[in-house]
Design a protein around this ligand. Structure first.
Ligand SMILES: [Zn+2]
Ligand SMILES: [Zn+2]
Length: 122
């Protein structure tokens, strides 16, 4: 590929914003990306910023998913244990609390899994 502006000059890269081929003279480096000099620099800078923000958002989401998973998991554990402990005194408690606790534990596993997925996108 050759430069979009200088058709005889070989392109050294592609503008992240508009996808045009850029020669050494036309390419501007914006952080780790290339942009058309004087044309797409601002656009590429905001693209990069958006990207960075998305990464932080994934990280934050992973953090809150882990917190939710922990709270739900502990609640589930409590329900399950209470259900089992009360099984002799009150059979209804066992029937209600233990399945409920297991459902909570299942939700907790789901949230932990989501947190892991978000974290892997960092
Ligand atoms: Zn050029
Ligand atoms: Zn461009």
């Amino acid at each position: 590929m050759n430069c979009f502006v200088h058709s005889i000059a070989p392109a050294v890269g592609i503008c992240k914003q508009c996808g045009r081929g850029l020669c050494c003279d036309c390419a501007a480096e914006v952080e780790q990306s290339l942009a058309c000099k004087g044309r797409c620099e601002a656009a590429v800078a905001s693209l990069n910023e958006l990207n960075d923000r998305a990464k932080t958002a994934y990280h934050k989401a992973a953090g809150s998913y882990t917190k939710i998973a922990t709270v739900i998991g502990l609640t589930g554990l409590l329900f399950t244990v209470v259900g089992i402990m009360m099984r002799k005194a009150d059979f209804i408690t066992l029937l209600v609390f233990t399945p409920l606790g297991l459902v909570f534990l299942l939700c907790s596993v789901f949230f932990f899994h989501s947190a892991k997925q978000y974290r892997s996108r960092d």
